[in-house]
Every structure is written in C-alpha cells, then in structure tokens.
Design a protein around this ligand. Structure first.
Ligand code: NG6
Ligand code: CA
Length: 519
C-alpha cells in the first residue's frame, strides 16, 4: 500500500506542476486549482466548550461568534486529547498520539515528534497545490534525537513535514527558550550571546522565580518558578539569547502580522494557514491594550485578545475579497483550566462565566470538558450560514476529510486513524463518526460513541489533577458509563445498571486500541 501511494503521488506532483487537470486513482476529475478554497485553521489553546459567546460564554467574542452566524457551529466536536501535544500530534498526522509512548506534553527542549517522511495534513495540502504555513505555538518538538540546535540551523521542524513557512514559539509561553523560531533559526539571535537551555539544573545568572519573586510581574502558583524572563518565571532554565527574547504581550500582534503577510504573499496559489494562537494558555499576559478590559482578569483579557486575532483574520479576508471561498476553522486543543500555574486571578474573577459550560472536568481530564471543544467552520461558498450540527466530529478527521475532498491519495498506514468525514465537516451529515477515543493525562483512554454513550475504564489514579488545578481527573477504580444526551455532566454512572452496554463499549474501545482490528 505504501509503495503504490508513493508512485501515485509523484505522478500527481508532476501533473500539478504541468498545471493540467488531473485524473486521480478513481478516474474522477480533480477540481481545478484556482477554485480550491483557502484554509485557515485557528487552533486555540485551552479554550473551553463554554468560553465562546455562541456557546454560552459571558465574555464578549463578537468576531468568533461571527464564524458561527455565517457558518457552522458544531455541538459535538472533540480534540483527541486533554492536553496540547497529543492533540496537535493527532490532528497533524492523522494518528492517535497514544499509539506510541513519548507523545505527552513536551518539554521546551524536546526533539521533534513528527519526522520527515511522516504523512501529515500540511503535506497533503502541499501536494494538493497549497502554500502552507504554521504561525504560533508549535509544542511538537524540534531537532533530531539530540534536541534542537538553538544556535545553529534547527533541523526536524515544520519545514520538514509539509509547511512552506514557519514562525513559531517552540513549545508554550511558560517554557524556555522564550524566543521565536522562524523557519530554521532563532529570530534576532546574536551569535556572541548563544542560548543555553537546561530543564534539570540552573544555567546562566538570570534570577529564578523561586529565589527572586520580587522581580515578577505575575507570581507563579505551581511549577513555573525557574528562569525569570520578561518578569515571568518559566519552566526550565535559560542563559543567553538576550536580543532574541520575546515579549509575551506582543504574541498576538506578531502572529497576526506574520499570518497576514503569509496570506498576502500567497498570490494566486490557495493557502493553508495553521494559526496556532498562544491565547489563552498560561502565562496569560495579553497586550497592555487588553489588560483589565474584560473584568475577568487576564484570562478574560486574553480571550478578548483572541477574539481580536480572529477579527483581524476575517478583516483581511473581507478586504481582499477572499471570504467567500476561504474555509475558516476555529477550535481548541483541549478544555479549560483556571489556575494552570500562575496567580493571574482567573479563579477569583470567573464570576458566572463557565468555561466548561455544563460539562464535567476540564483540561487534563477524562471527563467531557477535557476534550469536547468549540468548533466553528465558516465557508460561505460551501456551508449555509447559521448551520448547527450535532454530528460527532474529531479533529483527527480534518486530515482525511481534506484528502477526501481533494481526492488526494495519502499514506493510510501511517495516518491510520483519520477518516473522511467531509460531509459532517461541512454540516451536511448530522451524525458523523461512529465513535472516538479521548486521551487524558496518565494515558487514560475513554470512548464516546455516536449513540451518546461514554465509557471510562477503571483506573487507579488521583481524583484531582495532582498539581493544584482543582480539576477532576475522572479516574475511579471502577468502570464508568454515562449517557451524555441526558447527563452531559457525567454524574449518573450507569455501569452497574447497563452491563450489556458497558461490555459493548469496552469492545469498541478495545477494537480501536488493537492495531489488528482498528478501522
Ligand atoms: C503542565 C503545566 C501547565 C501547562 C501544561 C501544558 C505544571 C505544574 N503544569 O505540566 O502549566 O504548561 O503542562 O499545557 O507545570 S498544554 O496545553 O500545552 O498541554
Ligand atoms: Ca492546550
């Protein structure tokens, strides 16, 4: 299968270069390049199911809401995991992250998790004739087995797996090194002042949050007490790189600027932009113009900033007359958390706003709020405005759905878990996937089926996320079974009352876990 894929693909590549109308394996005509929709994926960080206005959030998000009014609101869309790295991994590769070890939340100096030769969503887009870019948070590792070469050419990055342009922060704002990486090098690095990163012991003489809290503009609450940069202590120690340091307050402005430039420079080629915002992950340090504006502390202010970001993208598309045939996808990598390591008053000021809506749990959790996320899709040419869909949808299927739409062959051995759910993606099929797997911390896997049942296997683990977020893990030493349409808050365990259903759900989860029977 892999061999035939390679030859078909290189033929297609030649045909694309020749600019001819292609004949794919099924003999069907491929759509003309010029009509291909642009695609902008706005992948947000830690935005909960209830955070957005159209999902019941109290903090105004008019630009994000506009996507729903002019497009599709999905009621049952899921990230594959309750943390960032595995969700991103699955979405970009079409494979559940838990199929191999080592794809949990990556440290800031992790080596690349997705390597050259791996089938990816952006690679499919490239082969379909798109210019592709990633802008924003990466958090999938960089560099070979020895990790990223911060002071030289950084290998094994986005450019090696399907992106033509890359402007990223290597992991998350709370992890060193606090520098931007553009394509293969650290932006604005002075070679006389090389970067050193260490996650085990202190390097350099910058003060730490543990020893010098008086230098902080925002105090840490758990973890995050190593090197202080820009008045914020981080995870990990960093020396050097002074001229390359970012200012957290500028993230949104810079990501918008890089995104707009990329879209502008695409000319007549269709573009695929993966805009992975840092908002609203910790440390929440929005630009000064948003600080204090929401009344909900910096978490709310970061949400206003995120809404502004979306507004800027939409304004660009409007101004250039591109809105009609651009697919804008808005979703999140995992569910919400209030205190994720800094004292930013997210808990104290939350008021009646419910980031998790009526769901149980949150980020890290195996309960629904961990992975059930907002998902909006606007495509005026293909989706009627104001569409709402209850279809079960996984971000895992974006890759297979786009491949299906373009009739683009891809390596289905590597991308074993993605499927073509295009009709659900554009709101026509109201049922969607038959089921999906949710990954919580500690590698716990639960299963949601299309008929509304949810199964969480027995797991010996802490009741609350162990580092002080106050979030229920959903771990119990006995099996749990819920019927979500009646009980979205997962409060009535039906495991004893419905033993047959429980067995059926166990079999379904086992079938996905077992590579012999999957698909
Ligand atoms: C956790 C961090 C948290 C956040 C998370 C990753 C601690 C105690 N907690 O380990 O602050 O960085 O990792 O978040 O250090 S994610 O959205 O990128 O997955
Ligand atoms: Ca996240």
């Amino acid at each position: 299968m892999q061999h035939s894929f390679i030859s078909i693909n290189s033929l297609l590549g030649l045909a694309i270069l020749a600019g001819s109308v292609l004949s794919a394996c099924g003999g069907q005509e491929k759509s003309d390049l010029s009509t291909k929709p642009n695609v902008v994926v706005i992948y947000t960080d830690d935005i909960g199911y209830g955070d957005i206005g159209v999902y019941g959030g109290l903090i105004p998000t008019p630009h994000i809401d506009r996507l729903a009014k002019e497009g599709l609101l999905m009621e049952n869309a899921y990230a594959t995991a309750a943390t960032c790295t595995p969700s991103r991994y699955s979405m970009l590769t079409g494979e559940y992250a838990w199929r191999a070890q080592g794809r949990g939340v990556a440290p800031g100096d992790a080596s690349a998790l997705i390597r050259k030769g791996r089938e990816t969503w952006p690679a499919i887009m490239q082969r379909a004739g798109y210019r592709t870019a990633v802008v924003g948070k990466w958090h999938l590792g960089l560099g070979g087995d020895d990790g990223p070469e911060w002071n030289g050419e950084i290998s094994h990055g986005p450019l090696d797996i399907g992106f033509d342009y890359s402007f990223i922060i290597p992991s998350t704002g709370d992890r060193v090194p606090t520098v931007y990486v553009e394509n293969r090098s650290v932006l604005n690095l002075d070679p006389q002042d090389p970067i050193e990163v260490n996650y085990r012991e202190k390097v350099g003489d910058r003060p730490t949050g543990l020893d010098h809290p008086e230098f902080l503009k925002m105090m840490w609450s758990h973890g995050h007490n190593h090197t202080i940069i820009n008045g914020i202590s981080r995870m990990g120690y960093m020396a050097g790189g002074e001229s390359a340091l970012w200012r957290d307050e500028d993230f949104a402005d810079i990501f918008v600027d890089k995104s707009v430039r990329f879209m502008e420079e695409s000319g007549d080629a269709p573009f695929f932009l993966f805009l992975a915002t840092h908002d609203i992950h910790v440390p929440r340090m929005p630009h000064e113009r948003f600080q204090g504006k929401s009344g909900y502390g910096f978490r709310g202010d970061a949400l206003l900033q995120l809404d502004w970001t979306v507004g800027e993208v939409l304004r660009f598309l409007d101004d250039k007359g591109l809105a009609e045939n651009t697919i804008v996808i808005f979703t999140s990598d995992n569910g919400p958390v209030l205190n994720d390591g800094y004292k930013d008053e997210a808990e104290e000021l939350i008021g009646d706003h419910k980031p998790w809506a009526n769901l149980r749990g949150g980020k890290y959790s195996t309960y629904e709020a961990g992975t059930k996320v907002p998902m909006l899709v606007r495509w005026p040419k293909g989706i009627p405005s104001g569409t709402v869909s209850p279809a079960l949808f996984s971000q895992l299927d974006l890759m297979g759905s786009f491949a299906g739409f373009f009739e683009e062959p891809f390596d289905q051995v590597q991308a074993a878990d993605t499927g073509n759910n295009w009709e659900a993606f554009i709101g026509r099929d109201k049922e969607g996937r038959t089921g999906l797997v949710q990954e919580a911390i500690q590698g716990v896997l639960s299963y949601v089926s299309r008929d509304g049942y949810k199964f969480i296997p027995a797991h010996q683990g802490p009741e609350l996320v162990p580092w002080g977020t106050g979030i229920s893990t959903g771990f119990l030493p006995k099996d749990q079974l819920f019927y979500l349409p009646d009980d979205p808050g997962e409060s009535v365990n039906l495991a004893d009352a419905q033993p047959e259903k429980l067995e059926e759900m166990k079999t379904l989860l086992a079938a996905v876990r077992n590579p012999e029977t999957r698909k």
